[in-house]
Design a protein around this ligand. Structure first.
Ligand code: NDP
Length: 376
């Protein structure tokens, strides 16, 4: 996923900038106002490890398309693809100094970018706690800021859903990239009438997932990023038991080199439990029953996050009504991870501030200036 999506980002913003236009307003035939958009200068870009090239190119491409240079810091856990991108960009003819990749830990290299007075803009993707630190460093310098942060995304399955499709896609949205995607639907809520059937079929499909070498074409689930992260994820499985939940399947270490974990399904926990409130960011989902639209909406919105949500129903009116009620920057109806790069992307509540994507990115990476010309 990482490389093709990174290519798509560069292609998209390379052409998007050709379609950029500026607004003009005639004021009562007395004046003409028009908007100029200038590059900001040096863009500070910081990204996480989970889709390392894709997430960084989502920032680099619009930043340089809009005329900025950039200083980009990838995660120290996954520094190599961005390093290679910088080498290839020189080979492709990008002038030296336009795309700068800086390596180093966040507390030092990342913080230095956020605190630097000559970097007027920061685009950050990562965890919510780190996002707060970035915001605190950037605020006194009045930097333009975009924060794409964590998620605890709900996946609502109504009784009238196409169950085959809902189950197949929910397996993807739960366990793709080992659940290490900010948009994964980690909290599944199922209407009570189909709850037992859903759990039985979802668990059976989970058990069929093939765990193994991530570069093998028939592998579904690879290893987690690090031992520390594996311990964090298994810590939540222990917590799930303490909170009274049942691990219906998975959750065991896999006996092979690397930080492999069987995809896990937890039932029996309510929305207030920490396991349903905190981002786990691994191959772990909870399944909880609900009765009716109101409870579905309340459950979906019951966390401090608001990145994305998925709704499965064949009732057109309900689909639109529930989508409008979701506290989420993106709502997918009967699908997941279908992306159109023209639409605004970002989170509500503690999933972030600002929107990137399409024109929003090109506007974020520029400063607008109004010119008012007196006509008469
Ligand atoms: P972190 O927040 O730990 O790190 C993100 C980046 O910030 C890394 O490059 C890190 O450097 C750097 N960093 C750490 N501390 C600071 C600091 N004080 N100042 C500036 N930069 C700093 O996130 P993870 O790498 O663990 O990534 C997982 C998180 O990212 C999850 O919460 C996930 O939901 C979120 N995410 C959000 C997305 C979205 O679009 N909303 C998309 C993908 C992921 P280093 O680690 O090298 O020290």
């Amino acid at each position: 996923m990482d490389i093709p999506r990174a290519v798509a980002n560069f292609r998209f913003f390379a052409t998007a900038i050709l379609h950029e236009s500026s607004e003009a307003h005639v004021t009562d035939a007395r004046a003409l106002n028009y908007t100029l958009r200038h590059p900001m200068g040096v863009a500070g870009l910081i990204s996480p490890w989970n889709l390392p090239l894709y997430l960084l190119s989502w920032k680099i491409a619009p930043a340089i398309a809009a005329g900025n240079t950039c200083v980009a810091k990838p995660s120290e856990l996954t520094p190599l693809t961005s390093n290679r991108l910088a080498e290839l960009s020189l080979e492709a003819g990008l002038p030296p100094g336009v795309m700068n990749i800086v390596h180093g830990y966040g507390a030092k290299a990342g913080a230095a970018i956020c605190e630097h007075p000559d970097v007027p803009l920061i685009s950050f993707t990562g965890g919510t706690v780190t996002g707060a630190k970035v915001a605190a460093a950037a605020a006194p310098l009045f930097k333009k800021l975009s924060l794409e942060l964590g998620g605890k995304n709900p996946n609502l399955i109504f009784a009238d859903a196409d169950l085959d499709d809902a189950i197949a896609t929910s397996i993807q949205s739960s366990f793709a990239n080992q659940g290490e995607i900010c948009l994964c639907g980690s909290r599944i809520f199922v209407e009570r009438a189909i709850y037992d059937t859903f759990v039985e079929r979802f668990v059976a499909a989970t058990r069929k997932l093939r765990i193994g070498d991530p570069s093998a074409p028939d592998t579904d689930v690879g290893a987690l990023i690090s031992e520390a992260h594996l311990q964090k994820v298994t810590g939540y499985l222990d917590l799930a038991k303490e909170e009274g939940g049942t691990i219906v399947t998975g959750g065991n270490r896999v006996d092979r080199d690397g930080f492999f974990l069987e995809p896990a399904v937890i039932t029996g926990l309510g929305c207030e439990c920490r396991v349903l409130q905190e981002e786990i960011f691994g191959p772990v989902v909870t399944i909880t029953p609900f009765d009716g639209d109101d409870e579905a909406i309340r459950s979906a919105n019951s966390t401090r996050y608001g990145l994305s949500a998925t709704v499965w129903t064949r009732d057109l009116q309900r689909a639109h009504r529930v989508a409008a009620a979701m506290h989420a920057g993106t709502v997918w109806i009967n699908c997941w991870l279908l992306r159109d790069l023209r639409v605004p992307f970002g989170g509500m509540k503690e999933s972030g501030v600002g929107r990137e994507g399409g024109l929003e990115s090109l506007h974020f990476f520029t400063e607008a200036k109004n010119v008012c010309v007196k006509l008469a």
